[in-house]
Design a protein around this ligand. Structure first.
Ligand code: G
Ligand code: G
Ligand code: MN
Ligand code: NA
Length: 252
């Protein structure tokens, strides 16, 4: 209860911040995008992971305002970066299914794009497949895709969902979950899963990016098997906007 009250006040108290993790294409040899990741700097408990407070935010109904804050901040930041980088990059923002289910959400997104001046093609929304790929969300996702926003499936392959949603949903990219990447050097089955998921992406003509890549061996295996887009500590950790700027400008 007390935690919930704190969370309600976190926006006003400036306790939320966004960190940015660059994504790399190993064949192109450059940064191709950036994921925005939310952080809560709690006054007494220190940094709290979104994995721990997003469920609470959903429960107490603050997810709409927190989600909107993240989206606006991330779009604004990427628009600012566009004026200083050689090539414009896309920003990827995580969505809660509760945001998609809010009938005002799509209009809010349009408003934020207009307000920040970021073109829709430079925005990507990440959703997890388990709850967000139901009929209830199809309309909102189709409208977002219709605006030109890219839609990626986060944590792909880890939930109990049927693959058939890929036929009907306007997905543009699959994010290969880090749990599979962990086992690249030790587990035949993880390697088999990775190859199978890359094959699914190719068959559906979807882009694919691997998450949680921490070693050269993991990156090497992924690239050798057709997944050249990589996100993970091996290249970059999530960083503040100030820290990430020189990397986007190519001064690696
Ligand atoms: O960055 P970290 O590993 O702490 O993220 C933990 C989880 O929180 C991940 O599943 C990530 O997708 C999710 N997450 C990070 N930022 C946001 C956000 O702004 N909104 C939502 N809904 N989830 C987020
Ligand atoms: O569910 P989602 O993919 O949005 O969550 C991404 C989470 O993974 C973020 O919390 C981010 O901090 C974390 N992350 C990013 N790269 C790595 C990595 O190389 N290793 C590990 N363990 N976590 C990572
Ligand atoms: Mn994500
Ligand atoms: Na993930």
């Amino acid at each position: 209860l007390e935690m919930g009250n704190h969370l309600r006040q976190s926006l006003d108290r400036n306790e939320l911040e966004i960190v940015y993790q660059p994504q790399v294409d190993c064949l192109l040899g450059k940064i191709i995008g950036v994921e925005a990741l939310l952080r809560w700097k709690h006054t007494t408990k220190g940094y709290i992971s979104p994995a721990d407070f997003i469920p609470l935010a959903e429960e107490i109904g603050t997810i709409a305002s927190i989600g909107e804050w993240v989206l606006r901040g991330a779009c604004k930041q990427m628009k600012a970066w566009h004026s200083t980088t050689v090539e414009p990059l896309a920003i990827s923002v995580n969505l809660s299914v509760k945001q998609l289910n809010d009938e005002r959400f799509v209009d809010k997104v349009k408003q934020i794009l207009e307000e920040t001046g970021l073109e829709a093609k430079y925005l990507e929304m990440e959703i997890t497949e388990n709850f967000a790929m139901q009929d209830e969300q199809l309309d909102a996702l189709s409208k977002l895709r219709g605006l030109g926003i890219a839609i990626s499936v986060d944590d792909f392959g880890t939930h109990y969902s049927s693959l058939s949603y890929l036929k009907r949903f306007p997905v543009t990219k699959i994010k290969l979950d880090q749990s599979f990447v962990r086992g690249v050097q030790t587990d035949d089955k993880d390697r088999a899963m990775i190859k199978a998921i890359i094959s699914v992406a190719n068959s559906f003509q979807l882009q694919i990016i691997a998450e949680g890549v921490e070693t050269e061996e993991q990156a090497g295996f992924l690239v050798a098997n057709g997944c050249s887009q990589i996100q993970g500590y091996y290249f970059y950790r999530p960083m503040t906007a100030e820290q990430v700027l020189p990397m986007l400008q190519g001064c690696l």
